[in-house]
Design a protein around this ligand. Structure first.
Ligand SMILES: [Zn+2]
Length: 320
């Protein structure tokens, strides 16, 4: 979803009202409900405004962070614009979050080969779909993947945008991730093609013995992940290498955050074909600095989107 209903919120009064209303929830809401509230604010507000909200909660939020579940830590981990955070935030948010990321990385590297149920439990432990823009590239790097070139990222974005422009934002396809992949595998080249998710088109257990996906999502939600485009691409490459220790490079652009299941699929692929260099690009910094528009994320709004999630809200009618 785009950052609505208050994109780039600058209205000081509105921000103050928001904080006043959220105050009791910060004190009293169960930890996961608080995580849900903070995630909603994070989506609605600009990074700078969200950061201001977090800091304004100060000691009352700090109290809630003792024994906080990972989803709440994640909701507090807004790196913002690189400005300074108070010492308690580093101590009580960033450190435990970093420990969670290290634990996740260990599970990803160990893979599902020893015990599938343990692997699934560890990947679902954070109760998150993805790690967020700021953390996914560092984690991918720690798994041995690297960043694609800016030239590839721009070429991929152009191809993906051409497809997005042809999509109506209200169609189910608009919600699906789109990707663009190019490779050179042992001299066999693919110069670039679009890829999309295929969850409904393939069975959940197909090729689970090769690259295992894990159904997961935010808090109690579980989405099917076996047809995610990252897995589709890597399964095709495994098939093309046909048991040979192929060497080469793969560049993959994805216009959604990489989910935790796909981080696992990437780690499994790296273990199977360590000579293949995986490079990634996303719709976020350092590849693109501007906030993506709704058209970039979902396609073109052609009809009046009244009564759908795409309907614009008008802050003039919001009376706290
Ligand atoms: Zn995924």
């Amino acid at each position: 979803m785009g950052r609505c209903p208050f994109p780039g919120l600058t209205d000081r009064q509105l921000l103050r009202d928001l904080m006043r209303m959220a105050g009791p929830a910060v004190d009293l809401a169960p930890p996961l409900e608080l995580a849900r509230l903070l995630h909603s604010l994070q989506v609605m507000l600009s990074p700078a405004a969200y950061r201001e909200v977090l800091l304004s909660f100060g000691p009352r939020l700090r109290r809630r962070l003792r024994d906080a579940p990972p989803a709440l830590l994640s909701a507090c981990c807004e790196p913002g614009d690189g400005g300074s955070w108070p010492a308690w935030w580093r101590q009580e948010v960033l450190r435990p979050w970093a420990a969670e990321l290290r634990r996740l990385r260990r599970a990803l590297v160990a893979g599902p080969w020893q015990k599938r149920s343990l692997y699934e439990r560890e990947l679902r432990r954070l109760q998150l779909s993805d790690l967020g823009d700021a953390w996914q590239l560092p984690l991918l790097r720690s798994l041995g993947a690297t960043a694609s070139s800016a030239v590839f990222a721009r070429r991929a974005l152009r191809a993906v945008l051409r497809r997005r422009r042809a999509l109506d934002a209200s169609s189910p396809w608009a919600l699906r991730a789109l990707g663009f992949v190019a490779w050179d595998l042992g001299g066999v080249r693919e110069d670039g093609k679009l890829v999309s998710t295929a969850t409904r088109e393939m069975s959940a257990e197909l090729d689970a013995d090769k690259l295992l996906s894990v159904d997961l999502g935010f808090l109690e939600r579980r989405y099917r992940r076996h047809g995610d485009l990252e897995r589709i691409v890597l399964l095709e490459l495994l098939e093309r290498s046909a048991g040979r220790q192929a060497a080469g490079t793969v560049d993959l652009f994805v216009d959604r955050p990489v989910c935790i299941s796909c981080l696992g699929v990437i780690a499994q692929f790296r273990a199977l074909l360590p000579m293949v260099q995986l490079r990634f690009a996303f719709l976020s910094p350092p590849f693109f600095s501007r906030e993506p528009s709704q058209q970039r994320l979902q396609g073109v709004i052609r009809e009046e989107p009244r009564g759908t999630s795409l309907e614009e809200l008008d802050s003039r009618f919001w009376d706290p």
